[in-house]
Design a protein around this ligand. Structure first.
Ligand code: ATP
Length: 156
């Protein structure tokens, strides 16, 4: 049985608006992962606020929500046996400045503008939603696919 872990990558608004960054990131995604689903959406304040709910009260929360609603974001559901940590490794540290010094070729080091505008999000939880991508559901731990499910997901 094939084991595939899924994660959710969200390309943040400033990177969606930058054609060089966007095509570089898309190539990385295409080359390293199975791309299950891609969708461009505009988050409203409620959705962005809910998504970053764990950061309510932090000094950057309002800035983050305002930024995430400032333009379209690209959602990618991507699969790999080690999808969550591979995508986070490719992104690099949350802090763009740390990335630029420690891992200059990570995506955040190359295309990040600030600690808030740090290119993309990588979920810690497996993305679990192959029926309706408008409803974002998460669950902890990897998802185990059998071949039938894998085919089903690819057709979505
Ligand atoms: N010190 C900070 N200053 C400004 N923005 C920050 C700071 N820390 C985090 N953020 C913003 O909040 C987002 C979520 O923070 P978190 O600590 O969950 O980092 P992460 O897990 O690396 O990022 P993400 O959840 O976006 O993948 C970051 O991606 C960044 O945009």
């Amino acid at each position: 049985m094939q084991k595939l872990q899924l994660t959710l990558a969200i390309i943040k608004p400033h990177a969606v608006k930058n054609p060089v960054a966007l095509s570089f990131i898309r190539n990385v995604i295409k080359n390293k992962f199975v791309v299950v689903k891609t969708k461009r959406v505009s988050l409203d304040k409620e959705a962005a606020g809910k998504f970053y709910n764990e950061h309510v009260g932090k000094f950057f929360y309002n800035r983050l929500v305002t930024f995430m609603t400032s333009g379209s974001v690209d959602l990618h559901i991507i699969g790999h046996v080690d999808a969550i940590s591979l995508w986070r490794r490719l992104l690099g540290p949350t802090s763009v400045y740390k990335g630029q010094f420690q891992e200059p070729y990570c995506l955040r080091g190359m295309f990040g503008i600030s600690d808030t505008r740090n290119v993309a999000h990588g979920s810690d939880f497996s993305f679990y939603n192959w029926h309706n991508t408008d409803e974002v559901l998460y669950r902890k731990g990897p998802i185990i696919f059998n071949d039938h499910l894998f085919e089903h997901v690819r057709k979505l």
